[in-house]
Design a protein around this ligand. Sequence first.
Ligand SMILES: *Cc1c(COP(=O)(O)O)cnc(C)c1O
Length: 403
Amino acid sequence: MREKAYTQRFPDSKGYFGKFGGAFLPPQLIEQFEKIEQAYLTIGNSHDFIMKLRDIRKHFQGRPTPVYYAKRLTEHVGGARIYLKREDLNHTGAHKLNHCMGEALLASYLGKKKLIAETGAGQHGVALATAAAYFGLECEIHMGEVDIAKEHPNVIRMRTLGAKVVPVSFGQRTLKEAVDSAFEAYLKDPENSIYAIGSVVGPHPFPRMVRDFQSVVGIEAREQFQEMTGNLPDNLVACVGGGSNAMGLFSAFIDDPCEIYAVEPMGRGAKLGEHAASLTYGSEGVLHGFNSIMLKDDAGEPAAVYSIASGLDYPSVGPEHAYLSSIGRTKIATANDEETIRAFYMLSRFEGIIPALESAHAVAFAMRLAKEKPFESILVNLSGRGDKDIDFVTENYPPEAYM
Ligand SMILES: *Cc1c(COP(=O)(O)O)cnc(C)c1O
């Protein structure tokens, strides 16, 4: 008998990928998460739900997004053929809407009134606020005061879309406190609200649900790539923050003979605090309700991390990435700030595509890999567009310096 497809085999019924994953929850939330899981398994697999999500993807999000052969970049690098899965063309300019629309659709089936989430740089907040507007749901986004000041345009976007932005004024006033604050708000009314997690992280069933909603990226890309070239890609490359865009692409190819590279941000250097390369330097631990690989400080607490791309700035990684790298199915790669900025400008100038700084990490590594494997093909997930990063990049890394 043919073995079940990878996504049917993992995670197990308790949400484990090997020893990674699970649901480490306060007692008040155990029942709520079980309800969400049950709903996902029943409603999420119903004909009606699947048809609605397909309709949304096609008519609202603009899917399928294309696969594009980056000819001029390929010729300039002089190696493997580089292809891009254009998630930057998805509505709102990144892959995040793929899971936000799925989560919001499930919430509306469950009769929930409100979507709650945290946001760091505001990307998840904007995508969720978009989904909330589409479904006519309330939306409450918790955001540290430091981030609110830094990421003003996204705060304006969320408010324009009708979301309530809740400033978080305790602790470091950034992402970690925003998570705590959003969780508290959710605890107050778990019947009428849902905590919509922004990546393949958090307690079960979120790593699985978010992966499944993102898997449309890989399913489309696999078919498109074969139609374009007659073959499967030899190599897949994606950046990893929590890991949702990467799992979206990778999940369709796990059973295929493709090399898979997860690219982490090496930032300014290998010293703790200068990067956010969780899989490269981390160790096993539980954070935000799941067991995975994380970066810890001397006291064993989640370490302060840095990335030039705010979407990659997280001290842990989705449990499925921890598992796939532990069994050797994926390879962990890195790109530092300097390589990332160079890739940002190169893709802009050679292809007319300004990438998000997160995605530019994947492009940077792909350019290096292309030289090592000159006769192969590389499919990169271009997770988002770079409009949000242009001011920062041009002010700090002037274009003249990268001619
Ligand atoms: C948020 C974000 C990421 C990182 O999140 P993952 O869950 O690791 O995909 C990557 N790229 C873009 C454009 C983002 O907005």
